[in-house]
Design a protein. Structure first.
Length: 160
């Protein structure tokens, strides 16, 4: 998608009743659909211990547009969120050293007034097929299948 983060134009602050980002790009219709949805599933790859810029752009535009300076959260709907991190570091390192720094952005998703479920998956070496023996490759492919099953379970639970 051709998109940008929040430009702090503050137009969304002029109408205290409407949760809408007024900047028009390919992300705009998606934001409007999210506000009307029952559930939102986000895959957020982690690079250099940070979510991708596209994830952050979505988060900026989505959340900033529903915050009023006078009344706080003006979003009256409820959107459940499944946030799925994919990491290329070992999981113990990610959970101990990286995940605590993501808490602030994770908490922002609570402003959608629904349940927020967060799951992390390690994709270390999944794309380095030349470095893997057939047994290790099969093991990684089996793990991917298990990871996808977990995503579907969470999605089903959030969709009620």
């Amino acid at each position: 998608m051709d998109l940008s983060g929040c430009r702090a134009c503050l137009i969304c602050k002029n109408d205290e009743d409407v949760c809408k980002c007024f900047w028009r790009d390919e992300l705009s219709p998606l934001i409007e659909k999210i506000f009307d949805a029952d559930s939102l599933l986000i895959a957020a790859p982690i690079f250099f211990s940070q979510p991708t810029s596209h994830y952050m752009a979505l988060l900026e535009r989505l959340i900033f547009s529903l915050i009023s300076y006078k009344a706080g959260n003006k979003f009256k709907g409820k959107v459940n969120v499944g946030l799925f991190y994919t990491v290329t570091s070992p999981m113990d390192y990610f959970e101990k050293s990286v995940r605590p720094h993501l808490k602030q952005s994770e908490d922002l998703l609570g402003l959608l007034n629904g349940e927020v479920v967060i799951e992390s998956f390690s994709n270390i070496s999944k794309n380095l097929k030349s470095d893997l023996s057939d047994d290790k490759l099969n093991s990684k492919e089996n793990q991917l299948s298990l990871d996808l099953e977990r995503v579907f379970e969470i999605a089903a639970d959030l969709s009620g």
